[in-house]
Design a protein around this ligand. Structure first.
Ligand SMILES: C[S@@+](CC[C@H](N)C(=O)[O-])C[C@H]1O[C@@H](n2cnc3c(N)ncnc32)[C@H](O)[C@@H]1O
Length: 322
């Protein structure tokens, strides 16, 4: 039935484009079997709650034969995204790290345990994620190395030159604005410090040629995921904004083909398997396999991140403070 209240709520979310609201109320269970934000309970601190699209180059991708294992496969790809950023930053034991938009702190646990930087400070605007992240660090005994703060990446509560590395793992598209964050990241990095991000944008301008209806549609869907219009950048604009903020050696390395097609298929499996798990009988595994097969056959232009958000690029961003 047409639900007026629900439509009104969705329109409000689209207009507000507020990440805290999005991550508190609207993100569902990203991985089958895992809880929604309201249902999250921490027990060991090690149960993963990643919220990124995954880097699928070197891991098993979801297909018709393995869609029952979508949860496990998705989480492996999501962890790979954190490893990719760590390798790009040449993360090492002497580094003092600032992590902007840490989700439930999965990446901080992974970086602290695998790369052993001297310290990690995280900043996040979503209070529930900060609370859960802190609880996980306490349980895993990493709270001496990783400190998590409630705050915005666009107004960092730190002095100039405090960090060797600043990370933003699939979070900067939410910042209001990404440009303000670049200036803040530049300020808090020491000379020679590295900024490393995983972020979405456009290979070339996909906006100006589009008709009004399409532009409104993309605007609506971007608002729904708290992606402000000020952050809709082409690759070229991205590099020039980095330079304008003072960075050198700025580059974007495309990983779009190792992100969008695979996650599109994973989400088809996830939707089906979650429905099958939560409402037994509502969907058969045969139907999920069929949906997964169809998702795998989609052209690049048919993928969700293009049709809804008009983003055809997903890149690892790298820049240094001179
Ligand atoms: C797509 S999630 C990525 C989470 C995490 N990096 C991961 O991979 O699991 C985006 C994150 O950015 C955070 N965020 C959004 N706007 C922010 C801001 N202005 N400052 C700091 N964090 C922000 C959200 O709360 C969320 O944790």
């Amino acid at each position: 039935m047409f639900n007026v209240m629900q439509v009104a709520r969705q329109l409000k979310s689209a207009v507000l484009a507020d990440p805290e609201r999005f991550y508190t109320n609207e993100t569902g269970a990203w991985v089958t079997g895992l809880p929604t934000p309201q249902e999250i309970r921490v027990s060991t601190g090690r149960e993963p709650f990643w919220i990124n699209l995954g880097y699928w180059r070197d891991v098993e991708r979801v297909d018709e034969t393995n869609c029952e294992r979508v949860g496990e496969l998705f989480m492996a790809a999501q962890a790979q995204m954190a490893h990719l950023l760590a390798r790009t930053a040449r993360l090492g034991e002497r580094d003092s790290v600032l992590d902007c938009g840490f989700g439930y702190a999965d990446q901080d646990i992974l970086w602290a345990e695998t790369y052993r930087p001297a310290r990690i400070v995280g900043v996040n605007v979503t209070p529930k994620q900060v609370d859960i992240g802190r609880e996980r660090l306490r349980l895993t005994g990493l709270d001496g190395v990783v400190k998590l703060e409630l705050g915005s990446a666009t107004q960092l509560p730190f002095g100039a030159g405090e960090f060797d590395v600043v990370f933003a793992l699939e979070s900067a598209m939410h910042f209001r604005t990404r440009g303000d964050f670049l200036r803040e990241a530049f300020r808090v990095l020491r000379p020679g410090g590295r900024l490393v991000m995983a972020d979405m944008c456009q290979k070339t301008d996909r906006e100006s040629g589009a008709g009004l209806r399409r532009r409104l549609r993309h605007r609506y869907w971007r608002g729904r995921i708290a992606f402000p219009e000020a952050n809709v950048w082409t690759t070229q604009r991205y590099v020039s904004e980095l330079r304008h903020a003072g960075f050198q050696l700025a580059r974007l390395d495309s990983i779009a083909s190792d992100v969008y097609p695979a996650v599109n298929t994973a989400l088809a499996a996830l939707r089906g398997m979650t429905a099958a798990e939560r409402q037994p009988g509502s969907v058969t595994v045969a139907k999920v396999r069929e949906d997964v097969r169809r998702a795998r056959q989609m052209e690049f232009e048919q993928l969700q991140w293009l049709t809804l958000f008009n983003c055809d690029e997903y890149a690892v961003v790298y820049a240094e403070k001179p």
